[in-house]
Each structure stands twice: as structure tokens, then as C-alpha cells.
Design a protein around this ligand. Structure first.
Ligand code: MLT
Ligand code: MN
Ligand code: ZN
Length: 298
């Protein structure tokens, strides 16, 4: 038994290329000069037979088709035990609509995230007779699969974009944005695709982990503004950047972590160009840049 994590989608919302984006990376991806990446999702298992999908991206149909380990093993048998969503963002929940078709699995989320899903009747496409919605309290371990234990914890973040009011707190600590601790196959790993900032609580949790899959949305906070794509900074979107004094590369220095893997990269992030200086800099700091189809075995 060993812990395996399969990157179903390495990109943030929009993917690479994003349908309406003419930025350098999106153009390179359309031209086949850098690898395209689908939207944010990770599949995990501790026994190879029973998997959980962490975040159901709008690309999940394609992602599952590309992943033999998750293909049907019988007429209506799939090795999928559960789906867990870490926030209510569209890139993490829209794929639930693809997972209809009367397929049993358990849908795990916090009370706050389940409320968002319940308020949208379109998600009733997941028939409650077969898809069990289980509410998970923070800091309370539960069986994600028969051989994987998960624990959800609050990380600084914000409500989904489509629920933002006039005032938005971008480092809210609550159950609207969570990280996941995974234990199984003798391994402890963390999955945190969205995080506004590193604090002592988070540092204390992550120190000593075998692997951390972490928010790699932007290289620099004003990257989208500089590219002429809008006014939003990473901070405004609830994502800490990789580089800079307040960035995640600096925040993880001195922590004892076996594997550090960036996930949820926005299409503007220069690390998505394999030959870029930023890709090399992240690598020199011990970070792996996730790519679709990559598998990490611990
Ligand atoms: C995010 O990660 O900030 C969101 O997925 C943005 C979005 O909803 O497009
Ligand atoms: Mn996102
Ligand atoms: Zn782009």
C-alpha cells in the first residue's frame, strides 16, 4: 500500500489556454509550444483500488477519460469512493454536474460549502438516492476512502466570486475555504489549492509533512494587472503568490516537507513555461510544478 496522488488538472480556473485569453502562455499553449493544462483537481488513493477526487473541475469528463486508474471496471463500477470539494468556486464544483448518471459516491464538504451547493438546484442532478452528501466539521478526521483518512481545516480565503458582496474579506478564516490533511499508506500529505496567506497555524500543521500540494495561482501578485488582463491582484483573489517577501517560496523556507508541489496555476503564471527562469527558480527552491497526468507516489 502506498499513497498516490494523480494530478487530474494543474491549472486554476479558466485552464491553459483559457477560451478568451490572448496572453503569452495561452497563445503558446494553443500553438502546442507549451503543454496545455486543465482545471484544478487531484485524485488520491492509498490502495490503488479506491480513489477520491479532490475538487470536481469543469474538465472532469476529459480528465477521467485520460486516467486509466479511474476507468470503469464493470458496467457501472468505477473505483471512485468519494469527491471532496475545498471551496464553492466554479473551477472546483462545476464538474459535479458531469458526475450525474446515477453513480453512487459520497460528496464531502463543510456545512458552508454544502449550503452553497444546496442553494443551487442544478446540483440536484446528483440524485440524493445515490450520492450521499456528508457534512464534515473542521479538524475532525473522517474516512475519505476505506484506506485514506482526511481532515479539513480552515485556511485564509474568501467566499466564491459569484457570492462576493460590496465588501470582500480575502483572508477570512472559516469553512468556506479549507485545506485537506490526508493520511494513508504510512504517509501524511496536504492539499491546499487556495490560500491567501501563511500563518502560524498553517505553518505548524504543514511542518513535517511528506508532501504538500499548494496554491500556485500566480508568480507575482500584480501579474494579471501587468499583463493588461484586468485590475485584480492575487491578494484580491485570495491567493498568495509564489515569489516575493510574502510569497509561498519564502514562506516555506526552513520547513521540513518531503515534496512541495504547486497546483492551481493561473494561465498567466510564467512557471507554466517549462523553460522560463521562474520555472527554474521554483525548482531550485525545491518546488515541483504540477502538470496534467503527473503522478506522485510516496
Ligand atoms: C479562484 O481560485 O480564485 C477562483 O476559482 C476564481 C474563479 O472563480 O474564477
Ligand atoms: Mn480556483
Ligand atoms: Zn492567458
Amino acid at each position: 500500500m502506498s499513497f498516490r496522488a494523480h494530478i487530474l488538472g494543474a491549472a486554476a480556473g479558466g485552464g491553459l489556454p483559457q477560451w478568451n485569453c490572448g496572453c503569452e502562455n495561452c497563445n503558446l499553449a494553443r500553438a502546442g509550444k507549451i503543454p496545455s493544462q486543465t482545471q484544478s483537481s487531484l485524485a488520491v488513493t492509498a490502495d490503488g483500488a479506491s480513489w477520491a477526487v479532490l475538487n470536481a473541475s469543469p474538465d472532469i469528463r476529459h480528465q477521467l477519460a485520460q486516467t486509466p486508474a479511474l476507468h470503469p471496471t464493470g458496467l457501472r463500477d468505477v473505483p471512485l469512493a468519494s469527491v471532496l470539494v475545498t471551496n464553492g468556486d466554479i473551477d472546483h464544483v462545476a464538474g459535479l454536474l458531469t458526475l450525474r448518471e446515477m453513480q453512487p459516491f459520497t460528496l464531502f464538504a463543510t456545512a458552508g460549502i454544502h449550503e452553497v451547493l444546496s442553494a443551487n438546484p442544478i446540483f440536484d442532478a446528483l440524485n440524493s438516492a445515490v450520492v450521499l452528501r456528508e457534512t464534515i466539521a473542521l479538524d475532525t478526521p473522517f474516512a475519505l476512502t476505506p484506506t485514506l483518512t482526511a481532515t479539513l481545516f480552515a485556511v485564509p480565503g474568501k467566499v466564491p466570486l459569484y457570492l462576493e458582496g460590496e465588501q470582500v474579506q480575502t483572508d477570512l478564516i472559516g469553512d468556506q475555504t479549507v485545506g485537506v490533511r490526508l493520511e494513508g499508506g504510512g504517509t501524511t500529505a496536504y492539499y491546499i489549492p487556495g490560500c491567501a496567506l501563511m500563518n502560524d497555524d498553517l505553518r505548524g500543521r504543514l511542518d513535517g509533512a511528506d508532501a504538500v500540494f499548494f496554491d500556485g495561482t500566480l508568480w507575482r501578485d500584480d501579474e494579471m494587472v501587468r499583463a493588461g488582463l484586468g485590475q485584480k491582484t492575487g491578494a484580491r483573489m485570495g491567493h498568495m503568490s509564489m515569489s516575493g517577501e510574502d510569497g509561498s517560496i519564502a514562506a516555506f523556507v526552513g520547513m521540513d516537507i518531503g515534496r512541495k508541489i504547486y497546483v492551481h496555476m493561473n494561465n498567466t503564471n510564467p512557471v507554466l513555461r517549462p523553460g522560463s527562469p521562474e520555472h527554474a527558480e521554483a525548482g531550485a527552491a525545491g518546488w515541483t510544478i504540477a502538470q496534467d497526468g503527473m503522478e506522485i507516489t510516496l
